[in-house]
Design a protein around this ligand. Structure first.
Ligand code: ASP
Length: 419
């Protein structure tokens, strides 16, 4: 008997995961079936994430260095760089702008008094990080001994070193052909392993969703309903309308075509809440199903998984306004502008791992003098919202690879330099 496609299996697994999680939730965590079920789901989910993490660093390293090395012609490399950065910045700005607009209109949090959350807030002590220190830390973390960075899974530093190595391979030209070929083979073999790991994706996705839904604090959620609705609404607006529109305008590709090609990646992002863990799957979808050239995907996607986070950026902006409303502070236009830019830096600085945005959220709150402790209010619902914002982050990266490919490789000029 032929098994249904992997796509379908993952989708089915996700639905089953949510349903079983809801059932477990109604039984309560004390129930024996639930504790055994959650233990097993915990093992299976961690196993899947461990496998993705295992392959992540070799993959990031090879795909970025090979991606750049293959963009041989200097001029073309320059264009890919510039287009990618413009795309990342512009889409994040749109995302934050949307978030602020909608949050100003609906004012989530006004009326709820922050004292309601006094308990939650007392149990949590936020780390105080001033903007200047955060920025210095961010810069300091960019350049690290590559061997240490590889060994410690320091994704941002690995990305930076791979970028530099890629440029050196381009500049060195023919002389470094052996090394370039070696890295290319390393990348191919890594992708083969990714394919094997993906066979386990349905199981992993199901296990992760069971856990997530079963332990979610639903009472807290109902108090924060308006905020959650606004966040989900804007995330959907950006992920389902704006990004596909950008894709359509620049490449003429339809949303249906996009979702057919990238749903494996979106579902993995949803279940793992980690852009980095999803990267192997995003690369596979982009190169094998959406026809993105490996050198473009190998550059845009790993970089995007670390710095391009539309979902996180818009979430941080809405959350800052929400907290301001809770404490009864009306943020002025200038303060909102500060939120705008710090949300962008905070999203770029957040690594692609679960709840990373929550940590850098402190920066946004403090930039306008809001109490950092207030993130205690957001923590209980963070895992829930992280699923969707990570999905939007990954959607943004994949659309980015398609737009960058269209803008850089298919113009007559670059085709000319390419030959
Ligand atoms: N989990 C997100 C990601 O990996 C980051 C965040 O918003 O926490 O893209």
């Amino acid at each position: 008997m032929k098994l249904p496609s992997l796509n379908f299996q993952i989708l089915l697994a996700a639905i089953i995961g949510v349903l079983v999680g809801m059932y477990f939730h109604t039984l309560g965590t004390e129930h024996q079936l639930v504790s055994v079920g959650l233990y097993t789901a915990g093992l299976a989910g961690t196993f899947f994430i461990d496998l993705l993490k295992m392959i992540l660093i070799p993959l990031v390293f090879c795909s970025i260095s090979v991606g750049i090395a293959n963009l041989r012609a200097h001029q073309q490399m320059h264009r890919v760089w510039v287009t990618t950065l413009i795309y990342f910045t512009a889409t994040m700005m749109i995302a934050i702008g949307l978030g602020l607009l909608v949050a100003n209109y609906f004012k989530p949090g006004s009326g709820l008094h922050i004292m309601m959350f006094a308990d939650a807030m007392q149990n949590f002590e936020a780390k105080q990080v001033p903007l200047s220190a955060f920025f210095a830390q961010f810069l300091h973390g960019l350049f690290v001994n590559p061997f240490a960075a590889l060994a410690q899974s320091n994704v941002l530093a690995v990305v930076m070193f791979a970028l530099i190595l890629g440029v050196a391979l381009v500049v060195g030209g023919e002389r470094f052909n052996h090394l370039r070929n070696l890295l290319q083979e390393a990348l191919d073999v890594t992708m083969l392993i990714v394919g094997w790991i993906m066979y386990l994706a349905p199981l992993g996705v199901m296990a992760l969703l069971i856990q997530l839904v079963a332990v979610q604090d639903i009472t807290m959620l109902s108090t924060l309903v308006k905020f959650v609705t606004v966040v989900i609404g804007v995330l959907l607006l950006h992920g389902v309308v704006i990004l596909p529109l950008v894709l359509y305008v620049f490449t003429g590709k339809t949303p249906l075509w996009l979702v057919r090609g990238n749903r494996e990646a979106l579902l993995t992002a949803f279940a793992t809440s980690s852009s980095s863990a999803t990267l192997p799957v995003s690369l596979r979808c982009a190169t094998q199903q959406l026809n993105v050239k490996p050198e473009i995907a190998g550059f845009v996607l790993p970089l995007g998984a670390t710095i391009n986070m539309d979902g996180t950026a818009l979430y941080e902006a809405i959350a800052a306004l929400f907290i301001a409303n809770l404490v009864g502070i009306e943020l002025s236009f200038v303060q909102q502008l500060i939120v705008f830019f710090t949300a962008m830096i905070a999203a770029m600085g957040a690594p692609g791992i679960p709840s990373a945005g929550m940590v850098t959220m402190v920066l946004v709150l403090q930039s306008v003098g809001l109490p950092a402790e207030a993130i205690a209010i957001l923590l209980p619902i963070d895992r829930l919202l992280d699923t969707l914002r990570t999905t939007v982050n990954v959607q943004g990266d994949i659309v980015g690879s398609l737009v960058v490919q269209k803008m850089t490789l298919q113009t007559p000029k670059s085709l000319h330099t390419n030959t």
